[in-house]
Design a protein around this ligand. Structure first.
Ligand code: ARG
Length: 462
């Protein structure tokens, strides 16, 4: 196939170079953005009298037809096309003739690809946000049902203090909230329309960039043509936001993996979301979680691909930048896939509340409350801490919990102990008592849920 740029060349491109140079195998997914951008550009060319109105109309009609055919699966992009932009122009020209050859007036593939990527990323951020919100809704639902489900909270993976499953899930909801905000920030920062930057130095035609901006739904136009064609900050920002999101999903997955083990057995995954072993008949594995944890590496990889590709290139466009696409596409695909399996896996997961409670009853997670009991009766906290430490040591020796000690045993350590110690160190009391903002008390977690639910509504109605 003759190249659109064949004019100054005396030879055909080497076949290996052709493959090496071509991006159509992956940038064909930008077909819709490319067509949308071209329609706006053609309309502007017609309106400004840069091409005839009838020709602009012909281009727009032609592009609409091509879009329909692509979506009906009737157009396959052959590997011979260099990229989606060349493919579109060639297919259009085959169909509508000479008007097709006027479409690229006052435009370069450099500002064209910059536009297509922005349109694509904008759309995908919207999709990813919806999936994150879907996960947050499940977290809120589960929290509501588990305001009283006491479980141990950990530090250093050692049982530390009592929390509830609801409280735990709202921690993840807060992380997801920040992820949505990061995605929104990325969206806000990239809302500049680059078309009109040309190859690098804009154009001498009397174009109307603001008209194109409005047609395409951007907030602003890019303010410098060199920057307009070479800015990929938003790709880096997106992959950075997605990397953080994946880091959260990976931590979440890691918890579920641990909780599925017989060592914890806090949760039971639905059979539809678990997998077996080819040799060990008893196995039921949390592969979904492990893959989410593993795929986090791919998304980090995309972020590093972009940072590395961009770090050495001078202004303005350089072909290195074609490498942005697979990195961005893979990060987007991976995150969407992970959220699409993780959300229903979580929604169908059963909780083993009795096991959570059993774990909470062991490990002295009410020791702080025992010390606070003495402190509230006037003992300095540091002394109370020491007294309870000695009580714990005694319990460990006798294989007992603090609840099992008799009042006499308590009193041997401090006369401040009374019958009400048993209520003070009851796990329900310990949880209910932590009623400050951020704490695990049912009342407080209900407030946290309401905050997240309000946030979700704001995002959905924005
Ligand atoms: N396929 C190219 C890319 O993705 C499009 C822009 C090519 N521009 C050029 N002057 N070679 O970056």
């Amino acid at each position: 196939m003759a190249k659109l740029w064949a004019g100054r060349f005396g030879k055909e491109t080497d076949l290996e170079v052709n493959d090496f140079n071509s991006s159509i195998s992956f940038d064909c997914r930008l077909y819709k953005e490319d067509i949308t951008g071209s329609m706006a550009h053609a309309a502007m060319l017609g309106k400004q009298g840069i091409i005839a109105e009838e020709e602009a109309d012909k281009i727009i009609e032609g592009l609409k037809g091509i879009l329909k055919e692509i979506e009906a699966g009737k157009i396959q992009f052959s590997a011979e096309y260099e990229d989606i932009h060349m493919a579109m122009e060639q297919i259009l020209t085959e169909r509508i003739g000479v008007a097709g050859k006027r479409l690229h007036t006052a435009r370069s593939r450099n500002d064209q690809v910059a536009l297509d990527m922005r349109l694509y990323v904008k759309k995908e951020i919207g999709e990813i946000k919806k999936l994150v919100i879907g996960f947050m809704e499940e977290l809120c639902d589960s929290s509501k049902k588990n305001l009283d489900t006491v479980m141990p909270g950990y530090t250093h993976l050692q049982r530390a203090q009592p929390v509830t499953f609801g409280h735990y899930m709202m921690a993840y909801a807060n992380m997801m909230k920040r992820d949505v905000i990061r995605l929104d920030n990325c969206l806000e920062g990239m809302d500049d329309m680059p078309l009109g930057s040309g190859a690098l130095a804009s154009t001498t035609y009397p174009i109307d960039r603001d008209f194109v901006r409005e047609q395409l739904g951007f907030a602003r136009v890019t303010d410098n043509s060199l920057d307009g064609v070479s800015d990929r900050d938003y790709c880096v920002e997106l992959c950075s936001a997605l990397s953080i999101l994946m880091m959260h999903l990976s931590r979440f997955s890691e918890e579920i993996i641990a909780w599925c083990s017989w060592e914890f057995k806090f949760v039971e995954l639905d059979d539809a979301f678990s997998t077996g072993s080819s040799i060990m008949p008893q196995k039921k594995n949390p592969d979904v979680c492990e893959l989410v944890r593993g795929k986090t590496g791919r998304v980090y990889g995309s972020l590093f691909t972009l940072l590395t590709v961009l770090k050495g290139i001078p202004l303005a466009y350089n072909k290195d930048m074609q490498e942005d696409k697979e990195a961005v596409f893979d990060a987007i695909d991976t995150v969407k896939q992970c959220l699409r399996v993780l959300t229903p896996m979580f929604a169908t997961m059963e909780l083993c509340r009795e096991n959570m409670k059993k774990a909470a009853l062991k490990g002295f997670i009410n020791a702080t409350d025992c010390a606070d009991y003495l402190t509230k009766k006037g003992m300095p906290f540091r002394d109370a801490y020491k007294t309870v430490g000695q009580l714990v040591a005694e319990c460990v020796k006798q294989d007992k919990s603090l609840m099992d000690l008799t009042l006499d045993e308590y009193r041997e350590h401090s006369g401040l102990f009374d019958e009400d110690i048993y209520d003070a160190i009851d796990l329900k009391t310990c949880v209910r008592g932590r009623n400050v903002t951020g704490g695990p008390s049912p009342e407080e977690v209900s407030r946290q849920i309401a905050v997240i639910e309000r946030f979700i509504v704001t995002v959905q109605t924005a």
